[in-house]
Design a protein around this ligand. Structure first.
Ligand code: ADP
Ligand code: MG
Length: 623
């Protein structure tokens, strides 16, 4: 595949006009914008030549908000009015961020619709509005470079972003006046930037350790298509955590025990970050922090000690690495290439550990800060129609299985986790009761066997099913997940065409932490879940059989059964009903067997009877 198709200068008049497109990496810590110009991808700098725009917004008493370096410079003086790491709050409610709340000095309040807001001197602002300020600056950069308004952008999001977080990102873009052609998972964008599609077939890993999030993805490239086999990560793990560990070390070394004020803490964090970045280049570095009372503390840190301090954090990233391998059903040796993304992968110790884990030398050639934006720009170019897209088809996956509640509170998975999107899957269901005219559809997300252990996404009803015998209606439920990972579900009764539909509204969804917990639970409870499922299935089967036998007795009992036969069936039925609500699956099994045995000849007689009735008055060749 050619890296980029260069359009002919002054080409044929029929050639469609080039559309202006850009790729945006809207990062927790830093944001960037890249465009394709003259067939080359360029990351666009500001007037001072800086490509990274710190994702910080400052609200001054009057005038326009400041964004980037200028905003970051205000953080120490005006912490409540200077919002950093806002990406962590996107699409979140106050409850979702309780664990983060004490990490940040912001005044968080619960807003309308469950989403949190931040109280500033300029009133309450939403994370969507704050992000829009960052996007506006990047938009202006791209429009200046391309010489006109943008037609569309690709914005990257962590693979673990859920519906609500993706929707919030799109809202921020809309607010900034941007048309989002597609949200793209960050690791997928990085793989595109590295042109792993130039390789022969192979399985690759993308390890992205930024300032605020960690993502690991396993990608497979085959037959010209990238497929994300599995993703995992942690949206509360990154370089910021390293800064905090180092800040702690500094506070301890400086004998600074008591409560540090917000401003002091920020200064120490700032020093910690500089110290960390210096240690990437040098084996030892100096640090200096102002203490209360105008004094200063000076110290030195060597790389070996630094590596000891951050080792636990690196270990925390390796856990999801193990999990994705397990999910993808592969071993570390199966990985061909490892791509490093995110500023924190500059740390030599991180590179070394990751290299050891995957037993190969990771790719570090492209600037780890820029690699995501570069991939996004390339994808934007394809989506804008400026080059043929068939050579770069990108697929993403859904992080948790999507399914339906079935009888007995069980989950029927319709789309298993790590299925690539966009995807449409349909499955047929039937009615449980005779004459049932409505069916409740309960959409759930998660890996556990029982509905109550999963997350409920939506409920709706299919009404107007014509009354039929239990099991006769055919209801097709269709799950559709679009390229942005948003789900819609529809149900249709096939004989009548009656239909019902629901878009899964972005409620404030799961944090990555919750997704992780749900996955962990599903592994931890796998055995117990299997047993619970078996019990529920037996209970449902027992109930179904009991209902069927009761209705058969009512219809044909008089006509087709001797009194003793009927008594034997009723006794077996009573025994089944006695155990079917209990939790002894074996006892239910035994009672089902027994009732089955007792009704065998009754069933045969009913069958003969109905065949005879059907045949009555018809000649054989008609049938
Ligand atoms: P995000 O994707 O969260 O916006 P980035 O990929 O921009 O984050 O990475 C930012 C993080 O990288 C910050 O924590 C920053 O301190 C860290 N970082 C940048 N340069 C270095 C370096 N030379 N050594 C160590 N960490 C670095
Ligand atoms: Mg990043």
């Amino acid at each position: 595949m050619a890296l980029l198709q260069i359009s002919e200068p002054g080409g044929s008049p029929q050639a469609p006009p080039r559309r202006r497109a850009a790729g945006i990496d809207l990062g927790t810590t830093n944001s960037l914008v890249a465009v394709v110009r003259d067939g080359r991808v360029e990351v666009l700098p500001d007037a001072q030549g800086r490509c990274l725009l710190p994702s910080v917004v400052h609200y001054p008493p009057q005038g326009e908000p400041l964004v980037g370096e200028a905003a970051a410079a205000e953080a120490v003086k005006a912490p409540l009015n200077t919002i950093a790491s806002v990406k962590r709050f996107m699409g979140r409610g106050l409850e979702d961020v309780q664990t983060l709340a004490d990490r940040f000095p912001y005044d968080l309040v619960q807003g309308e619709g469950g989403m949190l807001r931040l109280r500033t001197r300029r009133g309450e602002v939403s994370p969507v509005e704050v992000s829009a300020e960052i996007l506006k600056v990047l938009k202006a950069r791209a429009e200046a470079a391309l010489g006109g308004p943008l037609d569309g952008v690709v914005i990257t999001v962590p693979a673990y972003f859920d519906d609500a977080q993706r929707q919030a990102t799109k809202d921020a873009a809309r607010l900034a006046g941007l048309e989002v052609m597609r949200l793209l998972n960050e690791p997928t964008a990085a793989a595109v930037a590295y042109g792993l599609d130039q390789d022969a077939e192979g399985i690759h890993a993308v390890y992205d350790l930024g300032g605020g999030t960690f993502d690991i993805s396993i990608l497979r490239f085959s037959r010209g298509v990238f497929e994300v086999l599995a993703t995992a990560g942690d949206t509360a793990l990154g370089g910021d955590d390293i800064d905090r560990l180092l800040a702690q070390w500094i506070l301890e070394q400086a004998g600074f025990g008591g409560e540090a004020g917000d401003a002091a803490l920020r200064r120490v964090l700032h020093a910690a970050r500089s110290l960390k970045e210096a240690l990437t280049e040098a084996p030892e570095a100096a640090v200096e922090v102002p203490l209360p009372g105008g004094r200063h503390w000076r110290g030195r840190l060597d790389r070996a000690t630094f590596e000891d301090i951050i080792e636990p954090l690196i270990q925390r990233t390796l856990r999801p690495c193990r999990r994705v391998l397990r999910d993808a059903g592969i071993r570390p040796e199966d990985i061909r290439e490892v791509v490093m993304v995110g500023g924190s992968t500059r740390i030599p110790h991180v590179r070394r550990r990751v290299g050891e884990f995957f037993a190969c030398e990771p790719h570090v050639d492209i600037d780890p800060d820029q690699v995501v934006a570069i991939g996004a720009a390339r994808q934007a170019e394809v989506l804008a129609g400026n080059r043929s897209g068939e050579d770069m088809l990108l697929l993403d996956v859904i992080p948790l299985s999507l399914g339906l509640e079935t009888m007995g509170g069980l989950v029927e998975k319709i789309i298993p986790r790590n299925t690539t999107i966009p995807v449409t899957r349909a499955q047929e269901f039937t009615t449980f009761k005779d004459g049932q005219t409505a069916m409740a559809i309960h959409v759930v997300q998660g890996e556990r066997e029982l509905v109550r252990d999963n997350r409920s996404l939506a409920r709706f009803e299919l009404r107007g099913i014509p009354p039929m015998a239990a099991g006769a209606a055919r209801i097709r439920v269709t799950f559709q997940v679009d390229a942005d990972g948003l789900l819609s579900v529809s149900a249709q009764e096939l004989s009548t065409g009656v239909e019902s539909h629901v878009e899964i509204k972005p409620s404030y969804g799961l944090s990555a932490g919750e997704i992780e917990r749900m996955l962990r639970d599903s592994y931890a409870h796998a055995r117990e879940d299997m047993e619970a499922r078996r019990l529920r299935e037996r209970q449902v089967e027992a109930q179904r059989l009991a209902d069927a036998v009761r209705s058969a007795l009512a219809q044909d009992g008089e006509r087709l059964l001797e009194r003793e036969e009927r008594a034997a069936i009723e006794a077996a039925l009573t025994r089944l009903e006695a155990v079917c609500g209990g939790d002894d699956a074996d006892a239910i099994d035994a009672a089902i067997e027994e009732l089955d045995g007792a009704t065998r000849s009754f069933a045969a007689r009913r069958m003969d009877d109905s065949i005879q009735q059907a045949l009555a008055g018809h000649r054989l060749e008609e049938i």
